[in-house]
Design a protein around this ligand. Structure first.
Ligand SMILES: NC(=O)c1ccc[n+]([C@@H]2O[C@H](COP(=O)([O-])OP(=O)(O)OC[C@H]3O[C@@H](n4cnc5c(N)ncnc54)[C@H](O)[C@@H]3O)[C@@H](O)[C@H]2O)c1
Ligand SMILES: [Zn+2]
Length: 672
């Protein structure tokens, strides 16, 4: 594979996993595997700067604000941190810092709390609003939910406008309690505290958030008018006095050796803390030295996150079972003797595929070392061969699909063994569950069990059949009454009007998640144009690469898929893009024509465009008398000259961000 292709492939893969991780709280790979992909991409880009893409995930903070909350443009961008995995990485960081600033460098070392990052704004001593990080520039307004977090003060004794940043987390004890309750109520368990904090804070109903015992640690003063703090530690002490729960046990270290020593201590002792930490954060203490260093698009240069190596334990493999996924991939899973690992009990671990099992020579009854990489997904690290007793038995991938009993196949060059029977009930069932899920067609009242019943009774055979069932079919199902049948019919009917991206996501095209579906829907307006598009058209889409483009193309070449789509269309399922984007954001730029020019200090062109368009404005390319204002950055050039000639207002990024946060068009106009 050429370097360029590998770069494209990595971009697709990372974007896909970002979506899973940040927006759906359902990571498919471990953090370590993710970090490896990222490292590989960074290396290739460094070695081949001409191949670096503007949309590369190495340039941006991972998440994306969800449409279901109102969006907030951060006054100070909320960035991520670069990572260190060894003391050598830390020493390299120290060298970079000392090379870039004048004077002696002192570090503050803090816990890296494993939760969700939020920014809190106070005005006149009152808590005004709080937001998630989102894509770093735009976040979600979760103020109501944050007000239920008891350790967030609603009033403080400081009249200056203040923005602080912290991490919302849940203590180990409360995490256990919540999961016990989930278990009692037969609800899904949370994989880790980070997942729980994120899930709870992004509830639409703040009463639900209030039931979750969340806490916060504040770790940075982001902005305060008229302050003259000289160091980070000074500002932390100030925040403590105001009543904030500041990140505990932070330590000032005179040099990098002190930092490393402190980190070694907590690597050993973190188990004794009442909350989970996944590493330590090292920051330059002196604030003017911080200014000297500045930021990359993704993270400050004056800080780094050291990530702990994953915790490891010994356990036994009791059995190896296989499951058939939506695309027919047969995945082996190890059933383990339950073991406590990084805060939860682990009893299963994915074995990925045939090669993984062969390479590590994993057998049933083996004693193995397991770890939770990234503290989420348990993984079998290695077999402890010295402990073999002769009772072990080798495992082979099944020659037939465990569900449909058709022969399985391993395509050359691929790792997965697959059931290629397109009518395999297991695949259809998984595909169906995906089709009705929250992020796809969002059909309420159609859970896994009903789908299984409908399939078993042959009432439905593909997703389109859902729209052809009638109430009588449903009423006769187990545990279905008149009322719930009626509700189900209603939600099926309602889903016909869904926006196009939901349908595209629902179809389950490989590598196309919510994000990819939205990009397709907003670029093509209707399904037919996507079906008729060429690979070249698809590759040119923002954030699309070879792999995604080919996957979409291949999907719509398939006769069977086209039949399903026709059935859906005939029954009245919407196939047009409704552009329902950002409906909650006030349309404060309505009717305005805004021209972007030059390089902005933090905003990417597309981010600025998104802010304008989501607020009803039009971003146009040339300056004329009807231009409302010009947003200009560095090296703005001829457009700026033209604006000055015509007397069109010119503003900088900071003013633009302030305008974007206003609530009405009138307010914007009065500031222009
Ligand atoms: N498994 C996957 O599929 C997948 C996908 C995407 C990301 N990830 C993981 O997420 C990481 C990237 O996530 P990220 O951008 O949130 O970075 P991060 O979690 O590695 O570090 C940045 C975050 O640390 C938090 N933090 C906690 N304590 C802090 C303190 N004292 N000072 C400053 N910050 C503190 C902040 O909220 C900040 O946003 C990746 O390295 C990867 O490990 C995994
Ligand atoms: Zn099958």
């Amino acid at each position: 594979m050429s370097i360029e292709n590998r770069i494209n492939e990595l971009i697709d893969l990372i974007n896909y996993h970002n979506e899973k991780y940040y927006n759906q709280d359902e990571p498919e790979i471990t953090d370590m595997e993710y970090d490896d992909l990222m490292k590989e991409l960074m290396k290739l880009e460094e070695e081949n700067p001409n191949l670096k893409k503007v949309n590369s995930p190495t340039n941006r903070v991972g998440g994306k604000p969800l449409d279901k909350f109102e969006q907030i443009v951060h006054k100070i961008p909320m960035l991520s941190l670069s990572n260190a995995y060894s003391s050598q990485d830390l020493k390299d960081f120290d060298k970079r810092v000392r090379g870039a600033v004048s004077g002696h460098v002192e570090y503050v070392v803090e816990f890296k709390i494993d939760g969700l990052s939020v920014g809190l704004t106070y005005e006149n001593g009152v808590f005004e609003k709080g937001a998630t990080r989102g894509n770093g520039i735009i976040g979600e307004d979760i103020s109501k939910n944050l007000m239920t977090v008891k350790s967030i003060p609603l009033k403080i004794k400081e009249d200056n406008e203040l923005v602080v940043r912290g991490e919302v987390y849940i203590s180990k004890e409360n995490f256990k309690k919540v999961n016990e309750q989930q278990e009692e109520m037969d609800l899904q368990l949370f994989a880790n505290p980070r997942n729980l904090a994120a899930g709870s804070l992004r509830q639409l109903d703040s009463k639900l958030t209030a039931k979750r015992p969340l806490d916060i640690f504040i770790f940075n003063l982001e902005h305060m008018e008229d302050n003259n703090f000289k160091s980070h530690s000074e500002s932390l002490e100030f925040l403590k006095e105001l009543g904030f729960e500041v990140s505990p046990n932070y330590k000032i270290c005179k040099d990098i050796e002190g930092v490393i020593e402190h980190i070694e201590y907590w690597t050993e002792n973190r188990g004794n803390l009442g909350f989970e930490i996944d590493g330590m954060v090292i920051k330059v203490n002196n604030l003017s030295q911080r200014d000297e260093m500045g930021f990359t698009a993704k993270s400050p240069r004056w800080a780094i996150a050291y990530k702990f190596p994953a915790e490891k334990k010994k356990t036994k493999i009791l059995d190896i079972v296989v499951e058939v996924g939506r695309t027919g991939t047969i995945t082996p899973t190890a059933i383990l003797e339950p073991v406590r690992l990084a805060g939860t009990t682990v009893s299963r671990a994915t074995l990925h595929n045939e090669d993984y099992i062969k390479q590590k020579d994993i057998r049933i009854n083996d004693i193995v070392l397991v770890q939770k990489a990234g503290d989420i997904i348990p993984q079998v690290l290695e077999v402890i061969k010295e402990e073999r007793s002769g009772e072990e038995s080798e495992f082979n991938m099944p020659n037939r699909c465990p569900v449909c009993l058709e022969p399985t196949l391993r395509i050359e060059g691929e790792a997965a063994v697959k059931c290629i029977n397109m009518s395999c009930p297991a695949q259809i069932r998984r595909g169906m569950i995906h089709f009705v899920s929250r992020d796809a067609m969002n059909i309420d009242g159609l859970g896994e069990s009903i789908i299984t019943l409908l399939l078993n009774q042959k009432i439905i055979q593909d997703v389109a059949d859902l729209y052809y069932i009638n109430k009588e079919d449903v009423i006769n199902l187990e545990r279905m009454g008149e009322k719930s049948a009626q509700n189900l019919m209603k939600s099926i009917e309602k889903s016909k009007k869904n926006d196009l991206w939901r349908l595209i996501n629902g179809l389950g095209i490989k590598y196309v998640g919510v994000k990819g579906a939205k990009i397709l829907a907003s670029n093509f307006d209707e399904l037919d144009s996507i079906i008729n598009s060429k690979v070249e058209d698809l590759i040119n889409l923002e954030e699309f690469g070879d792999i995604m483009a080919n996957s979409v193309f291949e999907f719509f070449k398939e006769e069977k898929n086209l039949n399903v789509i026709n059935k859906l269309r005939n029954v009245g399922v919407n196939t047009k893009s409704l552009k329902e984007k950002n409906s909650d954001v006030p349309k404060i730029f309505e009717g305005m024509k805004i021209v972007l020019t030059g390089t902005l200090p933090t905003l990417k062109r597309n981010d600025a465009k998104e802010i304008i368009e989501s607020r009803g404005g039009k971003s146009t390319s040339s300056v004329s008398k009807s231009t409302t204002f010009v947003l200009a950055g560095e090296e703005a050039g001829s457009k700026l000259t033209k604006a000055n000639e015509l007397g069109v207002k010119v503003i900088d990024e900071e003013t633009f961000l302030q305008l974007s946060n206003l609530d009405s068009k009138e307010e914007v106009q009065s500031k222009l």
